[in-house]
Design a binder for this molecule. Sequence first.
Ligand code: NAD
Ligand code: MG
Length: 392
Amino acid sequence: MQSITILGATGSIGRSTLDVVGQHPDKYSVFALTGQSQLKLLAQQSVEYKAKYAVVTDENSAKQLSGFIHALKGQTEVLFGEQALCDVASSSQVQVVMAAIVGAAGLLPTLSAVESSKKVLLANKESLVMAGSIFMRAVQQHSANLLPIDSEHNAIFQCLPSNNAVDSQTAVKKLILSASGGPFRTWTPKQMESVTPEQACAHPNWSMGNKISVDSASMMNKGLECIEAKWLFDTDIKNIDVLIHPQSIVHSLVQYVDGSVLAQLGNPDMRTPIAHGLAWPQRISSNVPDLDLAEIAQLTFEQPDLEAFPCLKLAYQAAEIAGDAPAVLNAANEIAVDAFLKQRLSFTNIAKVVEQTLNSFDFFEPDTLAAVQESDARARRTALSMAKQLEL
Ligand code: NAD
Ligand code: MG
């Protein structure tokens, strides 16, 4: 029996994780669930899964949540604040932590799980993009068991040799990340100027939170994933390619020197990589319907268009610069996406805000968490003023 903390339990990944955990009550029990809003849902989840703790971000939410849990006759104890998030991620009573908070807010609690040598199921790609070098050093130092949940990285993990290394000895030549291309794959930049948050969040294949849906539509998501892959698989960004595959059935591929290409396929449902991470190195069922390739009939592939999707190009550039450039990219993007979702910035200006923020920085190698946080904060301030200038 393994005890699990789910950071970001009310989100898309959090709900899918609870779905899989609920299918295997003999294997997993819930220690703590966390969420920022959707307090009624968090209360229901806490009571249904008999969580020992539920954690929210502030005192007011904690009071409301306690009321909801009490009304449901639940026993869950309510905590609040960043330290509480870190505590439930590092508790000695926990073996597995699902890191599914969205954005930079996930960094500290995820790192806390790593530093406590947990099995960490990583969905929160932003923490690795921001602080890859510090994060991976902590994974090594504390012998944490870091398993990728992002579907592309989970696919690559499944296709790599068991030591998980990309080097001349394992004869891996390239990692190929597949990308659906999002809802605007065939649109011109002109057409994309006037898209609404609703259009950007309507992903053709995946049902996800708003921030990652917008990132998928701009292809920043794929850029963040290239940086995530560089850290997870300890390889140069030059060894990572992006391949557009609109059906989202081939989740990513590994190319070997002898010409072999291994891929992992499946229906686009995050319960597959979640079940894989939870049970690894074994397998458990996930309730995802069997893949029917005859029914799908056609899988197609094309090159990404870096001119129509400048965010992908910017992410590649930040990865090449390295140092704190990916942290600056990520922070600027979070600010720009937030402004877009609040209808204060046009979709195509997301890339402009990120580009202008990157252009205004002199980069350096941050070797402490405080230095990363300082770059993140400074990039947010710069991006906010850029977004203000471009405001609708
Ligand atoms: P979501 O918006 O649906 O859920 C986010 C969760 O984080 C919620 O529980 C929310 O309450 C919590 N949260 C938000 N801001 C917070 C804050 N400041 N402090 C504490 N908690 C906060 O997002 P999602 O789609 O589930 O994505 C979660 C993470 O997983 C993201 O990093 C995303 O990139 C990654 N991911 C998601 C998918 C997917 O299919 N949804 C796939 C791959 C990777
Ligand atoms: Mg992904």
